[in-house]
Design a protein around this ligand. Sequence first.
Ligand code: TEU
Ligand code: CA
Length: 586
Amino acid sequence: MALDGLRDADDAWWKSAVVYQIYPRSFADSNGDGIGDLAGITARLDYLMELGVDVLWLSPVYPSPQDDNGYDISDYRDIDPLFGTLADFDRLLASVHERGMRLVMDLVVNHTSDEHPWFRESREGPNSAKRDWYWWRPARKGGDAAGEGEGSESAGSESAGSESAAPNNWGSFFSGSAWQQDGASGEYYLHLFSPKQPDLNWENPQVRQAVYALMRWWLDRGVDGFRMDVINLISKDPDLPDGALHGDGLYGDGSPYYICGPRVHEYLREMHREVFAGRPERLLTVGEMPGVTLEHARLFTDPARGEVDMVFQFEHVGLDFGRSKFDVRPLRLTDLKASLGRWQTGLAEVGWNSLYWNNHDQPRIVSRFGDDGPEYRVRSATMLGTVLHLHRGTPYVYQGEELGMTNAPFASIEDVHDIEALGHYTQAVRAGEDPARVLDGLRARGRDNARTPMQWDASEHAGFTTGIPWLPINPNHTTINAAAAVADPESVYHHYRRLIALRHSEPALVHGDFTMLLADDERLYAFTRRYRDTTFLVLANFTGEAVPVPVDLVAEWADAPLVLGNAGPIDAKVVRPWEARVHRRV
Ligand code: TEU
Ligand code: CA
């Protein structure tokens, strides 16, 4: 594989790798039940190999009541029958390795499903041997525990019990209280996400050892690493203090007491020692870390500390938020450059960045930061890919991003499936917001936008299924689909192939120093990558208008060959709408 040749001193193969994220429910359905599955993925591996990606990240495929589409696991050592069997999984893994690619699993251990045997045993009562495997607390004194008529349900849960008696005022990520009262004991358990996702108590060493054992089980099966779900939330301040009341003041912000909590680095170092340290093969670990700061990220990704290889930070996907993620504000390009530039500089000496625009929680980037209309969809999608992939770090491609797939036209709230979106809609409308405006916010930011089925061809169900898709196919699949893209050399697909090939063949794009240019320009994004005697310039237009190239750049780069562009022959003095250029100088 091209990777080896690029190895620098350290054996971090993933520095020159490109990762492709698969959301199994929506990738490819092999048995016509309208839900994607493992055999469907196996049948599409040649497409991924042709694209040139090195690693596949699978969102969860473990047994789950699917309350949060699999991020609520009821058995960590098996495959949900929806997606297939362990034998199907082994076939997929072998087929991935045969093609020289790797596969990482999604590790969801901040919480389990409330149908996991661990939680079933834990809720049996205060004397359960597993009571301390979760965060149980008695009702708050003085709060009216019974709270007839006073308790309000968080999205979809049977009565949360009286919220005023909840042990503290923390709100859940999915709206409503972060506490659920359990009828049997009258006590409350913590769930930062849905009531069917109770948080594990990592203070308990038995919990940690149980997690390390299941991780070793999958590594022994041959997987190449883990993407770790909200792994910076596993350490809570054991006093569980109330949070400050912000905005609508319904719930307190508990984040200061569970984002990068007091023992999180200790736990990740212990995990590294117990799971990864003794293994011959170099694995990939990436921690999803909402709210992580650059300071903490440097600690998490410093190879000398033995925690994780890289983190997913959320700063650049929150720059166009108003009061909430569903309150849309226009992006200021200088904010984006300031944020990504800070992370480039901040992890230049120690640590490593992950690079992403999309995943199964984010709306489609071409609809968000680009222009998904017929004239500029391809060009803005390829511009966004070029800018992201040529930063210093490991790029992640989310399924369909390589086709320039767009947000979907959700006609009504009935079309919305995602628990986070439904929780927000319920709470916002109850708080008196105009349902139509709330739905607009969901259309722009809802996670279902990322989850509409993969568009393989222009046929009725886009080649995704022969059955009825679990989520409607985006009607624009008649023009936006893999078959058409593969057949069109000017497509987003072939541009991503060229981008990935460039990273595999140019050490400067892996290891090169990053320098931001034009930091104050609200229309152009420009930077260089320098390594030994090679320098690359990346210049991109984030607007639908032609923009003159700053004269000094013209002068400096006039004789440097163009190695990648997305708008045909260039005009040295003007950058066309949504155009991206990559020049190389030795
Ligand atoms: O997401 C964590 C997370 O921060 C997102 O839920 C975030 O709140 C939001 O959706 C993005 O703005 C992870 C998984 O990626 C997500 O799918 C799960 O729902 C969540 O954890 C709970 O497991
Ligand atoms: Ca299926």
